[in-house]
Design a protein around this ligand. Structure first.
Ligand SMILES: [Zn+2]
Length: 425
């Protein structure tokens, strides 16, 4: 599929202070930390990584980059965003600060409805122009793979337009790799309020086949919650999507548990996302499956919900967990994935190791990408270098932009100007 495969450069990264590799272990397994390390990338893939004392002789001659003692992780994976949109919604932010809820704003024509009307009025070129710097900003936080959803179109041509924007941006070498998801069932458009079934039929009979025909999305997602789609509506859409070859995702249990989590597990979905209101049956279902629990603590924070997904229970029961930004103009306006690491620790109760795994290997599993989020031979040559004295500072020294170099497929796609001072306090 799209996923902007980098053709691949050759790069030898030396003098890494701490090389942090989540590896392929269980979610709560300790991270592998190698001090004074290297990563050798050839033709865009990792060929070796380990202590400098093990550096293979034939790596000599490869273009080298000294990490200068900085901390290296595999490029971060932001596995849930709505990064293609038109206007921002700071006016709604103020309304929420004044006491309005996300649902009240939506009922008054704001929320997703505002973004839909705005997107309809914009050209594909305009959306490419607006989305490019937003995705480039992700790379500045060390993110090298971003999932991007449609869902502000809610009409066939408009959904296709959004996904074509993603496809165009996916070819740009300076941006992170993009994984496109079709979310035609993001909200019921106002014109279908009296006949929801007709909209579900439109998604199933027209939108999904059109997206499949142009190979514009790899996953199909549905917002299954109060005020969005019911469990049965979600099942109709996801079953058709599976028949057409899409991987499956679901937004579920953000506000009210409707059974979407169990449905997603039953259908073998790659991930269930949100889970703030998941019940015990949902946790049990996830614990016994390969479906990743994708948690979005920035959204609970930004919506001032005072309620967070039960990350500790999910981890203790053995579920795979990912953390993502949910970057979107209404409920989580940030590309800072490391902030989600801090939230994962302080609001959700994860350990530093778990939270870092959740933005690397966890995100990769949520996108069914086995070749990233780790630094083993064969993995994509995506590496982020951070200006911190110890990897735990990535959560502990929170809210900061610690990334100094972002590498995608052995090519530097972003470097902090001037390099900065080492280990600022
Ligand atoms: Zn979302």
């Amino acid at each position: 599929m799209i996923d902007s495969a980098a053709d691949g450069g050759d790069l030898l990264i030396t003098d890494i202070g701490q090389l942090v590799d989540p590896g392929e272990g269980a979610f709560s397994a300790p991270l592998e930390i190698v001090t004074d390390a290297f990563v050798w990338i050839r033709e865009g893939r990792v060929v070796a990584a380990g202590p400098m004392s093990d550096l293979p002789g034939d790596a000599a001659g490869t273009q080298a980059l000294s990490a200068g003692g900085r901390v290296a992780l595999p490029g971060l994976v932001d596995s849930h965003t709505h990064a293609v949109f038109g206007a921002t919604r700071e006016h709604e932010f103020e309304q929420r600060l004044a006491g309005a809820s996300y649902q009240e704003i939506a009922e008054q024509g704001g929320g997703i409805g505002f973004s839909v009307l705005d997107l309809h009025a914009r050209s594909e070129d305009d959306l490419v122009h607006l989305s490019r710097p937003r995705l480039a900003a992700s790379a500045r936080f060390g993110v090298t793979t971003v999932e991007v959803k449609s869902g502000y179109g809610l009409a066939t041509e408009q959904e296709l337009k959004m996904l074509r924007v993603v496809a165009r941006l996916a070819t740009e070498p300076e941006l992170p790799r993009l994984v496109p998801t079709f979310l035609g069932a993001h909200a019921v458009p106002v014109e279908f309020a009296a006949d929801r079934a007709a909209f579900v039929r439109l998604v199933v009979d027209e939108m999904l086949p059109a997206v499949a025909a142009e190979r514009l999305a790899e996953f199909c997602d549905v917002f299954c919650d109060q005020g969005a789609f019911t469990r049965d509506e979600a099942e109709t859409i996801l079953r058709r999507a599976a028949e057409l070859g899409f991987g499956l995702k679901i937004h579920a249990d953000e506000f009210v548990p409707l059974g979407g989590t169990q449905l997603a597990v039953e259908l073998g979905a790659a991930s269930v996302d949100h889970l703030v209101a998941v019940d015990d049956a949902g946790i049990a279902a996830l614990a016994e499956s390969d479906t990743v629990a994708t948690l979005l603590p920035g959204t609970s924070f930004f919506l001032r919900l005072d309620r967070h997904a039960p990350a500790r229970a999910l981890a203790d029961r053995g579920a795979n967990v990912a953390l993502a930004t949910d970057f979107n103009p209404g409920s989580s306006m940030t590309q800072n994935l490391l902030l989600m690491v801090a939230f994962g620790c302080c609001l959700l109760g994860l350990t530093v190791g778990e939270a870092l795994r959740a933005v690397t290997r966890g995100g990769a599993l949520a996108l069914r990408r086995m070749d990233r989020g780790i630094l083993m031979p064969g993995a994509v040559g995506d590496v982020a270098l951070f200006e911190v004295p110890d990897y735990r500072h990535l959560a502990y020294h929170y809210g900061m932009s610690h990334c100094v170099v972002t590498i995608k497929g052995g090519e530097v796609i972003w470097r902090r100007a001037g390099g900065g001072s080492r280990f600022p306090t």
